[in-house]
Write a protein that binds this ligand. Structure first.
Ligand code: ZN
Ligand code: ZN
Ligand code: FE
Length: 837
């Protein structure tokens, strides 16, 4: 038999995922001889075979059987000169000229490791909280530099014992080259301390922590990518105390639950959701509550599941209600499963849902060091479960939801970042940095045809976030071999803080400024690889516009070269007092009423319509106050006359104010008018409450119109200088007046909210149809924070699809500002001249 030698190069996430032992075993099964090794660009197999067909068969097997976390991007095969192999070996890593290697994100504990920590006779790992193998465990949170070897991670502080070393060196062992490999003898350890840092228990710290939680205490836990704060989710008292101490009155908390059976007692769980929850990424998944989620009355019905599926029968039937203070009236709840051995061990002791929220203060980044936790979180936590494995990079828990059967990222961090997205074109050895947005910040580096998006960094209004940004950027530069930036992309806002920060690094190339809403649309175009013209709806709260005003309801026509024409938006209104109004929906409500009222006063027909009969109603500011007082009792309770007068003054004179077309502010105004939210304690609260109020299965909507082009008030049907495009200015004051009419005749809030949402969907459809008619564009892109609204995006998607449109939105990056950096970078590589060869 004549053998030929073939070389197979595999690219993608193939390191730190148990790929070499997998290849070793597969080759042995197939009785193939050769060798496998890691390189700086991927993995190389050299192998003897009779024919290329045998190799293709082997590659098929690799693709079908590969370990779960592996991602194969590309496989190259070539015949090389014959090599005499007489067995199959794993050989030492090699340097190749190419130095760009994808690193696996952190992976949730695998089933074999869970079995290890549960087995009483497993002397080295029974109850050991730092058990891991090549299929699971910390990765990106502990890597300091590449290649991914133990000495380059924070595990270098721990010297492997002889047993661990043996496992590490044995090619057929599950822990072969598992860099964080450890056992009780040689690895990290846990202790429970009180808030002064005094050791409470170093023998059975998890059992003690569990007992404290059951007594209603709040525990800070050093987890994988940072601290988490845990308490009993079924205890009103514990949850309310956590809310008070964390100064977080209403924002929902995430919950960790023992297993999917437990989850199904409280929440609806689709196949897709279950798969994502139980994956190695183990994110928080937003699930719909069952009707009895927050009550004890309906005990779990066992027949809902096959009995044989249930691992631990004894404990399943128990169901204790989740405290309603965990997420109030939200129809959804963020749920995750245990993803480290520590979590699994904790749930061995506690058989109930736990609040598991980020260990931070307000919108600051997650705390990741023992000392900082004891300093910063000691007003919140009663005890801390600490360990001595250093976290090098901090990662929040990721948040996802399932839409259209597909995973949709809400917050992209642990388990996802920095795994890159593939984009076109390939910019080869050049590199681009886009710095993202001011809120929910991420940054994006482009190298070759990869967009590497950082983990969620957060709101850039504090020093800690700036540090987080800076250290993460310098970490990524080391890990991905970025020496020099050819292009830096920033947001348009003149006071954008990140610009100064990035300028401290050498940028040898050019700079580009990208408008916020254009970046939203471009992020969808990038991740969906759209190559045709699109109609883009970028609806959100705040973004600095090309004209210096605050945009937020922008409608664009975008061509193949990413040239944007702004073809529509809401009417421009004053944002009275600027930023202060963003957290105070009642101020926006008063503004809308004022705009409506001025129109009302000028229009006798409208007055009849709204049952104000005296024709010549005077309209001084005091008359407006009277109007508010007699028609909007709830609103009048939260605002004094002085503040109303100052809003009128600001609208009239623009004093301290700026024009806005924000869609978020329209949601705010309605949420307040409907007495749902007058002040927001977290971003998006008013809009969320409005969404939650919407009654499903109502198809009705309000008639809508665009600002009349003949009325000279604003630019209707104007010829756009660039493209001769008609401009759609949505008359939201008119829409508002119709809603007021409904309120005045006593229509229910649930109906009004549904009708309002439906109207927005109908407006999107109407504008899309008009543009399609004229310009034959059939692709609609939806992006921006407003589309986090499940009710709205579902309605809009269905409506557009029914009318033959291709509809796109964000899945791989958040539809909120977490996706901005990708859009910025993408516009950057499409537009910057210096990147073209
Ligand atoms: Zn494992
Ligand atoms: Zn050991
Ligand atoms: Fe935005």
């Amino acid at each position: 038999m004549a053998f030929k030698t073939f070389q197979i190069n595999i690219y993608g996430v193939v390191q730190g995922v148990g790929f070499r032992p997998f290849i070793f075993n597969l080759a042995c099964e197939n009785k193939l001889h050769g060798e496998v090794c890691n390189t700086t660009s991927g993995l190389t197999i050299r192998i003897n075979a009779e024919s290329i067909n045998e190799i293709h068969d082997f590659i098929e097997q690799i693709k079908n059987k590969k370990p779960d976390p592996t991602v194969i991007e590309k496989i190259k095969v070539k015949q090389i000169k014959d090599l005499p192999f007489d067995d199959f070996k794993i050989i030492k890593s090699r340097l190749t000229s190419e130095k760009f290697q994808l690193v696996s994100p952190d992976l949730a504990t695998c089933s074999k490791c869970i079995a290890d920590i549960k087995k009483v006779d497993n002397k080295r790992r029974f109850n050991y909280a730092f058990t891991n193998c090549t299929n699971c465990g910390p990765r990106f949170t502990i890597i300091k530099k590449l290649p991914y070897d133990r000495k380059n991670t924070t595990m270098s502080d721990f010297k492997m014992c002889s047993d661990c070393s043996k496992e590490y060196a044995d090619p057929v062992n599950r822990r072969f080259h598992a860099q964080p490999n450890a056992c009780k003898q040689c690895g990290p350890h846990l202790i429970l301390v009180n808030k002064e840092g005094k050791t409470i228990d170093d023998k059975n710290p998890i059992i003690s922590a569990a007992q404290k939680i059951l007594k209603g205490k709040i525990i800070g836990i050093k987890s994988l990518g940072g601290f988490q704060i845990a308490c009993d989710a079924t205890s009103d008292k514990a949850v309310l105390s956590l809310r008070k101490k964390k100064k977080r009155p209403f924002k929902p908390f995430a919950i960790m639950m023992k297993n999917t059976y437990r989850i199904m007692q409280y929440f609806y769980l689709s196949k897709a959701e279950k798969k994502i929850l139980s994956s190695a990424k183990a994110p928080i998944v937003l699930l719909k509550k069952k009707e009895n989620c927050e009550s004890n009355n309906n005990l779990y019905k066992l027949h809902e599941n096959k009995l044989s599926d249930i691992a631990d029968m004894k404990e399943i039937p128990l169901k204790v209600a989740i405290s309603k203070y965990v997420s109030f009236d939200n129809k959804y709840e963020g749920i995750m499963l245990p993803y480290t051995p520590l979590h699994h061990l904790l749930f061995k002791e506690i058989n109930r849902p736990l609040v598991m929220t980020s260990g931070n203060i307000a919108e600051e980044p997650i705390v990741f060091k023992n000392e900082t936790a004891l300093n910063k979180l000691n007003n919140i936590c009663d005890y801390f479960l600490l360990h001595d494995r250093e976290i090098y990079s901090r990662f929040d828990d990721s948040v996802v939801k399932v839409f259209n059967g597909k995973e949709m990222l809400v917050r992209r961090a642990r388990g996802y970042a920095p795994f890159p997205l593939k984009i076109k074109p390939n910019i080869k050895n050049k590199s681009v940095l886009a710095t993202g947005s001011e809120e929910k910040n991420t940054f994006c580096i482009i190298k070759k045809n990869y967009a590497i998006i950082s983990q969620h960094i957060g709101d850039m209004d504090n020093a800690d976030s700036m540090d987080f940004f800076e250290s993460t950027l310098s970490n990524y530069k080391t890990l991905f071999g970025i020496e020099n930036l050819n292009l830096a992309v920033y947001d348009k806002h003149p006071a954008f803080r990140l610009k100064n920060l990035v300028l401290r690094y050498p940028v040898s190339g050019s700079e580009l400024v990208v408008q916020h809403h254009k970046a939203h649309i471009a992020s969808v175009i990038a991740e969906n690889e759209i190559t045709e013209k699109v109609i883009g709806f970028a609806w959100d709260g705040t973004g600095y516009g090309d004209d210096g005003k605050i945009w937020g309801s922008e409608i664009f026509v975008v061509d193949e070269k990413l040239y944007f024409d702004r073809v529509g938006h809401l009417m421009e209104k004053i944002l009275p007092g600027g930023e202060i109004t963003i957290n105070k929906p009642y101020r926006m409500a008063v503004s809308y009423i004022y705009y409506f009222w001025t129109r009302l006063m000028a229009n006798y027909d409208l007055q009849k319509d709204i049952k104000l009969t005296n024709k010549s109603t005077p309209h001084s500011p005091n008359d407006f106050i009277k109007y508010i007082r007699s028609n909007f009792h709830n609103l009048h309770k939260v605002i004094g006359n002085k503040e109303i007068l100052s809003i009128i003054f600001q609208i009239k004179t623009k004093f301290n104010s700026v024009e806005t077309t924000s869609m978020g502010r329209l949601f705010d105004a309605l949420s307040s008018i409907l007495n749902l939210t007058h002040s927001s304690s977290f971003e998006g609260e008013a809009a969320i409450n409005l969404e939650m109020a919407a009654q499903e299965k109502i198809a009705d909507y309000y008639p809508f119109k665009y600002v009349d082009p003949d009325n000279n008030r604003l630019t209707g049907n104007k010829q756009s200088a660039a493209r001769k495009m008609s401009i759609f200015i949505i008359d939201d004051i008119d829409l508002f007046s119709k809603i007021l009419k409904d309120i005045f005749i006593g229509i229910k809030t649930n109906t009004i909210s549904a009708k309002f949402h439906n109207t927005l969907s109908e407006i999107i459809l109407d504008i899309s149809k008009r543009i399609r008619e004229k310009y034959s564009i059939n692709n609609v892109v939806l992006s921006g924070g407003v589309f986090q609204n499940n009710y709205l995006i579902e309605k809009t998607f269905n409506l557009l699809k029914k009318n033959g449109f291709n509809v796109y939105t964000n899945y791989k990056v958040p539809v909120n500002d977490g996706g901005i950096s990708l859009g910025q970078a993408f516009i950057g590589i499409k537009n910057a001249i210096n990147l073209k060869e």
